[in-house]
Design a protein around this ligand. Structure first.
Ligand code: SAH
Ligand code: F3S
Length: 454
């Protein structure tokens, strides 16, 4: 998951099919995880179909929607700040509508309308189909739609995606786990999987439009199940789609990683050799209080099986430090476990108490100072391990999918290896989407630098 950062506006293509009936245009600003990016792409389709234009920038918009994250308090505070900033646009444009969508909308509901009098619209993750009518009503009065719907999967709505060689495909929504720290099940509702036919049709359309890599998304993506098709079955069926060269997915839940899924990963050549496998903590008592449904021993065993099946697999994870009651000893166990696992990289989070969750009742016991100390310590460790893991690539040849021009120079490409490592190398007639062998010559903290091999 992306830790609460803002992503650029997710839209995109001119669409001549739908006339812009109201002459109004919408701008969506997306925060949080890839699932939100994917949702914004789907919301764009809903709005286009209703005749809305897509504003190229904020200045041109008649409606601004923020698609928000509620996973940590920090994310919410940043978004509140942003809403205040955007309200200034009203001075020049009195008819501007401002809406908050997504997880934070679902979490804070009508409290948002009370707190922010100039907000016109609050829409939760299951209300996007109704966006056009909600926006229409919002010019009269403040509107809120935070109904959760056990069946809404939006599988008939084809997302409007930005051009590129890589695309997100949502395969399941919601979450049925009960991690005691996590707000997601409350704001995204019950788990539901999209029909495999709808998913595969979308992937085929993407392949036809030149997309080479897809990333399947779900809160517990490997819990995917629809009628007779499980996650392993879906991977195998995706493998057969011509034009798609790489298949990724985010994020699997460790306890649901079946032998069938491991076998499917290992035997499908297009499935990338990278797994983001959230651990959260390496102390059994903490895992139990987190209600993670696995022990450290089981997680270790799972990684052993994965690495046996796929020796070139890279592994990344999520860790929370400062969970209520995490002792120094618990923290040390996690610290030592990172050293043992040698993750290629990790998202390291400081615990944030979220109202409504089970852990919220236990309070935020550790001081901010103590949580910061643990976080800094573990970040320093992981940075060292990440560099060491990257250095192991120096001298080797990696297959790199060209994604675009490097940020530093237009004479260089950036791309990714199957292991999800970013590689920068000099351009020499390649095209985005092409997979080329690159000899790795240098390892920096977050990038490998190389030269085309052969
Ligand atoms: N299953 C989801 C997880 C969503 S939240 C997935 O697709 O990855 C992403 C990560 O945020 C979690 O793995 C966890 O490490 C972190 N997180 C969730 N709730 C948190 C909280 N209350 N405080 C700090 N970090 C949290
Ligand atoms: Fe959250 Fe746990 Fe689900 S981290 S998204 S409740 S698997």
């Amino acid at each position: 998951m992306l830790p609460g950062g803002r992503l650029e506006n997710t839209v995109m293509e001119e669409d001549p099919i739908y006339p812009n009936r109201q002459g109004k245009s919408v701008y969506i600003e997306t925060y949080g995880c890839q699932m939100n990016v994917s949702d914004s792409e789907m919301m764009t389709r809903v709005l286009k179909q209703a005749g809305y234009g897509v504003a190229a920038d904020l200045e041109q918009a008649d409606v601004i929607l923020l698609n928000t994250c509620a996973v940590r308090e920090h994310a919410e505070q940043r978004i509140l700040g942003r809403v205040g900033q955007l309200a200034q646009c009203r001075v020049r444009k009195p008819h501007l509508l401002l809406g908050l969508c997504g997880c934070m909308a679902q979490h804070l509901r009508d409290r948002l309308l009370r707190q922010i009098p100039y907000l016109n619209l609050v829409v939760g993750p299951d209300g996007y189909r109704r966006l056009p009518e909600l926006i229409a009503r919002a010019s009269e009065e403040a509107v809120i739609d935070v109904r959760l719907d056990r069946t809404e999967a939006y599988e008939d709505i084809a997302p409007v995606r930005a051009d590129g060689v890589s695309a997100f495909v949502t395969i399941m929504r919601g979450c049925d786990k009960v991690c005691s720290f996590c707000i997601v099940p409350f704001v995204r509702g019950r788990e539901r999987s999209l029909a495999p036919e709808a998913i595969l049709a979308d992937v085929r359309r993407l392949a036809a439009s030149g997309v080479k890599e897809i990333t399947y998304l779900g809160q517990t993506v490997n819990s995917y199940y629809h009628d007779e098709t499980d996650f392993a079955g879906l991977l195998r069926r995706t493998e057969d789609i011509d034009g798609i060269e790489r298949i990724r997915f985010m994020s699997p839940y460790p306890a649901d990683m079946t032998d069938r899924a491991i076998e499917a990963m290992a035997s499908c050549k297009k499935v990338c050799r990278h797994l983001h496998l959230p651990l959260q903590s390496a102390s059994d008592p903490v895992l139990e209080r987190m209600r993670r449904q696995y022990t450290v021993g089981e997680y270790r065993h799972l990684v052993r099986r994965l690495r046996e099946a796929m020796p070139d697999l890279s592994l990344t994870t999520d860790i929370i430090v400062g969970f209520p009651g995490e002792t120094e000893e618990d923290f040390r166990l996690t610290y030592d476990f990172l050293e043992e696992m040698r993750y290629d990289s990790a998202f390291l989070f400081k615990y944030s108490a979220r109202e409504g969750t089970r852990a919220y009742r236990w309070g935020d016991i550790l001081s901010e100072e103590e949580k910061n100390r643990r976080l800094e310590e573990i970040i320093a460790l992981q940075e060292r391990i990440t560099v060491e893991a990257n250095r192991e690539w120096v001298g080797r040849i990696a297959d790199v999918m060209v994604e675009g021009e490097s940020r530093r120079s237009d004479s260089e490409w950036y791309g990714r290896t199957s292991q999800y490592k970013t590689v920068v190398f000099p351009r020499n007639g390649e095209r985005p989407g092409e997979i080329v062998p690159v000899t790795i010559e240098e390892a920096r903290t977050h990038t490998l630098v190389g030269r085309r091999a052969g």
